[in-house]
Design a binder for this molecule. Structure first.
Ligand SMILES: [Mg+2]
Length: 222
């Protein structure tokens, strides 16, 4: 079984450290007057595209890279700043451990750019669970990320994973849509900005209030 994890709101809550870092980079690269960002389920690539529109500038991949280079060191500093109150979410480490013990293949399916994902996971010491992922700088549209994750899972393990043998774990309707876009199932966790009811309405195959509810029940989910 292949299990693909979202990061923010699913495994960790940065306490706003991520948002503050994006806003600092917006100010530096695009100037004042940035939009108020809706991060839930968005990709970093999608956010940057939205910034070019907001500031009425043509998309430029060189400026996009400058933006990421401004964002990453601020993110690293903010993650280390305990005043944000960031934390690993309840049950996350324990469930990752259980999934690994059960010999499932674990990967990432996240809107974070790869370098940002690495910083976040390393800070909370859960980076060692993941050998590959599909990221917000692979494609700006989250619904395109599933097939990329499947291809990387195969490249890493030599096994072919079918979408129906794949579980996406995420916290927003966009994670659910992204899972269904490539034929996978979604376990939705109401530990981000969406509650159990709205994740059910968005069509998740299963909804839990936190990953703690999954402990000891891995065979029910995969
Ligand atoms: Mg999320």
């Amino acid at each position: 079984m292949l299990i693909l994890f979202d990061i923010d709101g699913t495994l960790i809550d940065t306490g706003g450290a991520g948002l503050a870092s994006l806003n600092a980079a917006i100010e530096k690269i695009f100037g004042p007057g940035g939009p108020s960002l809706n991060l839930a389920g968005s990709t970093d690539g999608g956010i940057v595209r939205g910034l070019f529109e907001h500031f009425d500038r043509p998309f430029d991949s060189g400026v996009e890279e400058e933006f990421y280079r401004a964002y990453l060191p601020v993110l690293e500093g903010n993650l280390a700043d305990s005043s944000f109150g960031g934390r690993l979410l309840d049950g996350a480490r324990e469930w990752l451990e259980e999934c690994r013990r059960a010999n499932h293949t674990l990967g990432l399916l996240t809107g974070n750019l790869a370098r940002g994902a690495a910083l976040k996971l390393k800070h909370y010491r859960v980076d060692g669970y993941f050998g590959f992922g599909a990221y917000g700088d692979d494609h700006w549209d989250r619904n395109e990320l599933g097939p990329i994750a499947l291809a990387r899972a195969t490249a890493l393990t030599g096994s072919r994973f079918l979408p129906e043998e794949t579980l996406v774990v995420g916290d927003t309707p966009k994670d659910i849509a992204c899972a269904h876009a490539f034929g996978a199932r979604c376990l939705a966790v109401a530990s981000g900005t969406f509650d159990v009811e709205s994740l059910r309405e968005a069509g998740a195959e299963e909804v839990v209030s936190s990953l703690t509810e999954c402990l000891g029940r891995i065979h029910d989910h995969v």
